[in-house]
Design a protein around this ligand. Sequence first.
Ligand code: 5AD
Ligand code: SF4
Length: 484
Amino acid sequence: MFELLTEKVHDEGRQGEAFAPVIADVHTDKKFYIESYGCQMNFADSEIVASILHDHGFGATRNFEEADLILLNTCSIREKAEQTVRKRLSDLRKVKEHNPGALIGVLGCMAERLKSKFLEEEKLVDIVVGPDAYRTLPALITEAGTGQKAVNVLLSREETYSDISPIRLDSNGVTAFVSIMRGCNNMCAFCVVPFTRGRERSRDAYSIVEECRQLFERGYREVTLLGQNVDSYHWMSPDGNETITFAKLLELVAKVDPLLRVRFSTSHPKDITDEVLFTMARYDNICKYIHLPVQSGSNRILQLMNRTYTREWYMAKIDRIREIMPDCGISSDIIAGFCTETEEDHMDTLRLMEFSRYDYGYMFFYSERPGTLAARRYTDDVPEEVKKRRLDEIVKLQRQLSHESHMGDVGKVYQVLIEGDSKKSTNDWMGRNTQNKVVVFPKPAASKKGDYVDVRIDVCTGGTLIGTAVGTISSKLILTENSN
Ligand code: 5AD
Ligand code: SF4
């Protein structure tokens, strides 16, 4: 499904990916297997879980049949995500038949949403752990080992796992996710996240910078700073003398090394500031790409969704981004068929997409989630076939916008960070340009993963730019702070 990159939600290609650590596991006689679903935060959390388990004598395996502990890190954002996990659990039934001693644990948002109900509904499950309780996993495993079911779904106002050094799982050794905050205070009416991940809290800025520095020293060349709403990142030093905003944090990470690219996700249109935009413009190594979910183009629907901005406000943000960074890539999340949505509201969404000229779109039809504001206040009254037809129109328009955007790149030269072999051929590299577009090109002599290469774009197919390396391979490229 990679060719659908321009229309993807989370990285669907990675859903359910089994992880194994890059580092070799010595000294372990117990093995865990972990699969992750949902957003990048979940993938980053699995790396924290791996670190906690590693410190307690567990090594990772990619083969669930040899695991003593099988973990599914789950997502609740849409009903389909939950169904995928349920189906996976039924597959795991066979494993328990072969190896009755193996423990099965459910982590993440579904664990938090369903709590001990999970144990009643899925008899197979031994352990249920919410996103703020991963430190207690070793104790829960011990408890479950005695034949009792073990649950910890307590949410915390402080937990950021700041001191835990994640074990990079299945990494390409070039790009890594770094979690900078947890939870969300926004209460968008459709969204289950505030209930499954709790209140927003920001991680110690210096532990973030240190993690990025260590990644750079180990050869990583790109970090993506992760949070549900990165623009509301706000950290105060314990003595109260220093306050770090997201713009300041971006700058601190950009200064780790000019060769370390910095990305971030997700931004909220109401919170992204000029200060962030100017910081992005000032540093060449902060990637020119913003994921700015709009959700709907209709003011009436935006209000029902509790997004706290209007389409005019959103359009002004797009203009501002383009004014400060004319070459910035922009993508969005869009929901089709939210409660009471009319054809006119839907047309407003299509028109706003045209205005924004998104490079990528992540598009969904509305899926009512229990406990959310929308589930409590509104009726999910747009018929499924209407939702699907509107989604289809949104997808078609986005396909066209993505194509236009990619066609506009033909003939340009971009600096590309090599992430690894292309999917189709080991003779080609795959990397990304600053706008986050995937670029594939024949390997020049003496080039390697983690190098920066200037690539001229020759053609585009689907969501991929195809090019040819030109100029030097700049692993020692000097990127400097811009003067503007
Ligand atoms: N139904 C459909 N899409 C949803 N999203 C969040 N909640 C729902 C829901 N209940 C989408 C939003 C969000 C993205 C991560 O998932 O567009 O930005
Ligand atoms: Fe959900 Fe809105 Fe928070 Fe995003 S900003 S996680 S959509 S509540």
